[in-house]
Structure formats: structure tokens, C-alpha cells
Design a protein around this ligand. Structure first.
Ligand SMILES: [Zn+2]
Length: 475
């Protein structure tokens, strides 16, 4: 009943606004001496201007500093399932609640294997044993079996892209060894089954290609393989290959202390819900560091836009929703959980999803996600009008939290300043900075701290994000 009353009242209010607007347009046309060719102006062209004036780098950086303090107080990181993440989520939720938003904290389970896999490399003479890190160096494949294995490591035709695709590759494989395989040519399931049939107790499949630090996030077609199967980065694969013969590995997939984490979602109390525009950023870091550029920068930007929109008392015609995702770093777990929980109608209510992941890379590029015109164009036109050069990029295609939305047909877009890859000569000519050097030399490392942000990138990107929010919220 309450809802119905509200709808009626809203309609009456719109009718009045409509009549006033008509009157205003008539007067304006009359004053201008009439101009029948002139198009109707957007609802409030000033909202973009006002929001951009209110969203400034100082405000964004204040949240980023806060994320740094939280990491410092909680073991140096803000990874999913850790107290550092939970404290980040509380900070964001409290700020949004105090600003008047309707806030939901959505709790979800981390996939057991992803939450808990732990692995180490141990040399037989004990000196120089190396620990590898979950999410950064390796990740258990989806549907892997659990278990713990300590065994010698044996590369299987690891120089070839067809590594492990045929039973014959395993000729002479020692019973109970851990197979080291290169990605390529056949499915992970085929490699895993061949390894199991050859007597392997576990298998590691390392990534192929660039960037070498990118961890392989694989999935097995069916849970038919009874041994732990883990993906690693190409760098870890090369490292293990170089140490072959002197080392054994420990691979563990099992239970962890905390296997829950959260998403924080806030929305405006008014606005047309059928035209909901959504902004999102992942709030979790990797376990290696505080994650201030990746992705404190995006989280801080989205949070500041939300707070300033409320502060302005703006009442955009469309509902605006802000999401802070958990567990992006272990495979877009939070955003996927959220999207899977939406009904068909709730999906169709989303007019756009904008993603912000890494906005402050020290050696930055200005990338606009490749996407449908209605979203990409908003960013494109904004930068073009200011003579600021951008590149259109599909580099993050499906690799951040817009992926699950994209799969459901929601128009998606976003901004990106570059991750661990190297800046090309061409990018250097357009964006300055250092050619051949990484966009972010601290990507997924301990040094991704509050110093690891480019203020100019934050400034330009937060303005563009504020503009897109204002435009889409009134379209
Ligand atoms: Zn990220």
C-alpha cells in the first residue's frame, strides 16, 4: 500500500513538473524568437557540472588513505575473507548509510577451493623454499578435488603447447608425482584426466603468454578428476621448471578458517527503478598487499561520487546503484554471485553497468572500455569535448566485474588506467610517461600502497565517471 501511494504521488509530482517544464520551454522559445529546429535539452545539464565540481581528487584520496590505514591495521592487506576486507566493507557501508542511501550487505560463500588453496615449493636441501600466493601466483581450478600432496614435481612435455594432451606424454611418469603442464591445445579436463591416469597425485597447469605474472584461472568441465588441479602464472611455471629436480611441491586444497565475504550495495531511494544505472568497483585486494590502486582507486572514486551526489541533494530521474564487490581477485566471485541472484526483470531494469578497476596507475593510460555506443559514447564524447585523448580497449574484457553483467546482456562500460603490462611506444606518445615500463610496477604487490597513485589520473577519471553517472542517471 505504501508503495502504491508513493507511486501516485510521484506521478502527480511529475505531471506538475512536466507542465512547468512545458511552460518554461515555451517561454524560452518565445524569448529566443522561436527556434523550431532546436532539440529538447537534457533534464538537468547542470548535474554533470555540479557533480564534477564536487568530486575532486582530495575527496577520493581521503578514502584511499583510509583503505591504506585499514590494511596497515590488518596484516597489510584487504583480501577477501580477511579482517582487512571486512573493515573496508564496514567503512564503505557506514559512509553510505550516513549519506542516506539504502545499503545492503550481501554475504556469500567463497568457493571452498578458491578460498583455501595454499601451496608451497620446498627444496630438498631446505634452503630457499619458496611460498606461492593464492590468487597472485596460483588458483585452484573450478571443480578441482580437495586434498594435500607433497611430492616431487615432474614436467610433462612442458616445452610444448600440447603438453599433457596425450597419454603418451606421461611415459615414465613416477607414481604419485605432481605433474607440471603447460596450458594449450586441449582442455584442462583432458590434461587433468591424463595426469590422473598416469598416476599423478596433483597437477599444476601454468599459463602461457603475456603478461607472465597473470595467473591461470581455469575450470574443469566436470568434477570427474579426483586429484587437486591448480592453475599458475607463466612466471611460476618457468620458476618451477628452472628448479626441477631439486625440489618437491606441496599442494593443498582444503578448508579455511573464513570462507565467507560480502558485497556492499547502495542505491538512491528515489528514481525510476526500470532505468537503474549501476556503478561498481571491487573492494578486495590480493593477499600480497593493501591494493590501493587495485582497487582502492576505483572503490574510492565510486564512493566519493555516491557521497557527493547525496550531498548535492540531487534527485536524478533514474535510480542509481553503487556496488563494492568482494572476491574479484579470486575470479569475480562477488559480482557473479550478485548477478546470479537477480531475476530476469531486475536484469532488464539495469540500463547500464559502469566498472572502475584501477584508476590511478602511476604510468597511466586513459582507457575507455569497448562497449555499446550508449555507454562507451558517454565517456568518448566527454573526453573528446575536452581535447583529452583516450584509447578504446578491450583489455579488461570479461576480466573484471563487468563480465557477469556483460554475459547477461547489460550494456557495460568503464575506465582503466593500466595494470601490470608495459606501456608501448605508441601509448607513450599519446599519454606520456615511460615507454617499456609497466603501467603499475606495483601491480598485485606489497608496494601497491597510498603512494602508488597518480593524482592526475584520479582527477581526470573521477570527473569522467561523475559525468557518466550524471548523464545516465537522467537519460
Ligand atoms: Zn582489480
Amino acid at each position: 500500500m505504501q508503495n502504491l501511494t508513493r507511486i501516485t504521488r510521484t506521478r502527480v509530482a511529475w505531471l506538475v513538473v512536466g507542465l512547468l517544464a512545458l511552460l518554461a520551454i515555451t517561454v524560452a522559445v518565445a524569448l529566443a524568437g522561436g527556434n523550431p529546429g532546436r532539440k529538447e535539452a537534457p533534464a538537468s545539464p547542470r548535474l554533470s557540472e555540479e557533480l564534477r565540481a564536487a568530486v575532486n581528487p582530495a575527496g577520493v584520496l581521503e578514502h584511499a588513505e583510509r583503505f591504506q590505514t585499514i590494511a596497515d591495521e590488518h596484516g597489510g592487506n584487504r583480501a577477501a575473507g580477511t579482517p582487512g576486507y571486512d573493515a573496508s566493507a564496514r567503512y564503505v557501508a557506514n559512509r553510505l548509510r550516513r549519506a542516506g542511501y539504502e545499503v545492503t550487505v550481501q554475504r556469500f560463500e567463497l568457493p571452498t577451493s578458491a578460498a583455501t588453496l595454499d601451496a608451497g615449493l620446498r627444496e630438498t636441501d631446505v634452503t630457499g623454499a619458496r611460498e606461492y600466493a593464492l590468487a597472485t601466483d596460483f588458483a585452484p581450478m573450478e571443480r578441482t578435488a580437495e586434498g594435500e600432496v607433497r611430492a616431487p614435481l615432474r614436467p610433462v612435455d612442458a616445452g610444448s603447447p600440447t603438453s599433457g594432451c596425450e597419454a603418451g606424454d606421461f611415459a615414465g611418469f613416477p607414481e604419485g608425482g605432481v605433474a607440471l603442464l603447460r596450458r594449450g591445445a586441449c582442455t584442462f579436463g583432458t590434461k587433468a584426466r591424463n595426469a590422473q591416469e598416469a598416476g599423478a597425485s596433483a597437477a599444476l597447469v601454468f599459463n602461457d603468454g603475456e603478461p607472465p605474472g597473470e595467473v591461470l584461472l581455469g575450470a574443469l568441465e566436470e568434477p570427474a578428476v579426483g586429484i587437486p588441479i591448480v592453475g599458475t602464472s607463466a612466471a611460476v611455471g618457468e620458476d618451477l621448471l628452472a628448479r626441477e629436480g631439486t625440489s618437491g611441491v606441496r599442494v593443498f586444497v582444503g578448508d579455511a578458517a573464513s570462507n565467507h565475504t560480502t558485497n556492499v550495495v547502495a542505491q538512491t531511494r528515489g528514481g525510476d527503478k526500470d532505468e537503474t544505472v549501476m556503478l561498481g568497483a571491487h573492494l578486495d585486494s590480493v593477499p600480497q598487499g593493501p591494493g590501493i590502486n587495485d582497487n582502492g582507486s576505483g572503490s574510492a572514486t565510486v564512493l566519493e561520487i555516491a557521497l557527493q551526489l547525496a550531498e548535492l541533494g540531487a534527485r536524478p530521474g533514474n535510480r542509481v546503484r553503487f556496488a563494492f564487490w568482494g572476491a574479484e581477485e579470486i575470479g569475480l566471485v562477488g559480482s557473479r554471485h550478485y548477478v546470479e541472484g537477480l531475476g530476469e526483470e531486475e536484469i532488464s531494469d539495469l540500463s547500464a553497468y559502469l566498472n572502475f578497476d584501477m584508476l590511478g596507475s602511476p604510468n597511466f593510460v586513459r582507457s575507455v572500455y569497448e562497449g555499446p555506443d550508449e555507454v562507451e559514447g558517454v565517456f568518448g564524447e566527454y573526453f573528446e569535448a575536452r581535447g583529452i585523448e583516450v584509447e578504446t580497449s578491450s583489455a579488461l574484457d570479461g576480466r573484471s566485474d563487468h563480465g557477469p553483467f556483460q554475459e547477461e546482456g547489460v550494456p557495460t562500460g568503464g575506465l582503466f588506467s593500466g595494470a601490470g603490462g608495459a606501456k608501448t611506444k605508441e601509448q607513450h606518445e599519446v599519454f606520456g610517461g615511460e615507454a617499456g615500463a609497466p603501467f603499475d610496477a606495483c601491480y598485485h604487490q606489497e608496494c601497491d600502497d597510498a603512494e602508488n597513485l597518480n593524482r592526475r589520473a584520479i582527477d581526470q577519471f573521477s570527473d569522467a565517471a561523475a559525468h557518466a553517472t550524471a548523464v545516465l542517471a537522467q537519460r
